[in-house]
Design a binder for this molecule. Structure first.
Ligand SMILES: NC(=O)c1ccc[n+]([C@@H]2O[C@H](COP(=O)([O-])OP(=O)(O)OC[C@H]3O[C@@H](n4cnc5c(N)ncnc54)[C@H](OP(=O)(O)O)[C@@H]3O)[C@@H](O)[C@H]2O)c1
Length: 234
């Protein structure tokens, strides 16, 4: 697809990977809307990138429906949804509390489903569209302390395959992107600040790959892309 004059909605576009995707798409000439809950961070990012800020909690169904009203009002149509909003809780199974488990699933799975559902209605009507789900290498195999986060990403991966099977007949391309560790606020938000080693992936590298898969002509698509650091040191 041609990104020039295209339109995109990026959930969690106020920080980290989502922000870098918003930046690279804006630079390519795409009109971009970003969502987040923290108003100040959202406004700052939107101003810096000249993006449309929409304050939204993706777990709130009414917020999600309002997001599409605002995007369509501002842009007229939508070409790309990037389902990126997400966070992690990392605890041993024996320490896992119900509230944390539910919260991770509410954002990473239910939020992505609600956003995807509203995008799909629009894309089916237009017989075109793109959904990029920012998943994780956590969707590929389990690990200690991964009960909530890894399971949520396995679920996102499963939903992605279902959406692809349903939506391909409408020319809708559904992509899955699996970054391994990337230096963002993600670790700090989970209570495990990341060590800032330059051998680790940066958000910009993930954004470049998202841009690359979108730019392929609409007759083709890359179903899934996994991105590792070459030789990461902690
Ligand atoms: N960093 C990594 O190592 C890594 C690796 C693989 C995959 N990922 C995935 O990449 C995605 C982005 O993470 P990141 O590393 O860029 O983390 P980040 O810097 O913490 O950014 C997360 C973004 O999601 C938003 N967000 C979180 N919960 C939300 C909710 N309920 N509703 C709306 N927005 C919400 C945050 O804004 P507010 O808090 O203001 O709402 C923020 O903009 C996540 O899905 C994560 O699982 C990250």
């Amino acid at each position: 697809m041609n990104l020039q004059n295209a339109t995109a909605l990026i959930t969690g576009g106020s920080s980290g990977i989502g922000r870098s995707i918003a930046q690279i798409l804006t630079e390519a000439g795409t009109r971009v809307a970003i969502t987040g809950r923290d108003e100040r961070r959202l406004a700052e990012t939107a101003q810096a990138l000249k993006a449309l800020p929409i304050r939204v909690d993706v777990t709130n169904e009414a917020d999600v429906v309002r997001t599409y009203r605002e995007v369509l009002q501002a842009f007229g149509h939508l070409d790309i949804l990037v389902n990126n909003a997400g966070f992690g809780v990392f605890k041993k199974l024996v320490d896992m509390d119900r509230a944390s488990f539910d919260a991770v699933f509410a954002t990473n799975v239910t939020g992505a489903m609600l956003m995807g559902r509203e995008a799909a209605k629009h894309f089916i009507e237009r017989h075109r569209g793109n959904i990029v789900n920012i998943c994780s290498t956590a969707s590929l195999r389990g690990a200690p302390n991964g009960t909530a986060y890894y399971a949520s990403k396995f679920a996102l991966r499963g939903m992605t395959e279902c959406w692809r099977a349903e939506l391909r007949q409408y020319n809708v391309r559904v992509f899955l992107i699996n970054p391994s560790e990337v230096l963002t606020n993600f670790g700090a938000a989970a209570g495990h600040p990341q060590k800032q080693n330059p051998t680790k992936l940066r958000s910009e590298e993930i954004a470049l790959m998202v841009k690359a898969v979108l730019e392929m002509d609409d007759r083709g698509f890359t179903p899934e892309l996994t991105i590792f650091a070459t030789n990461p040191k902690d």
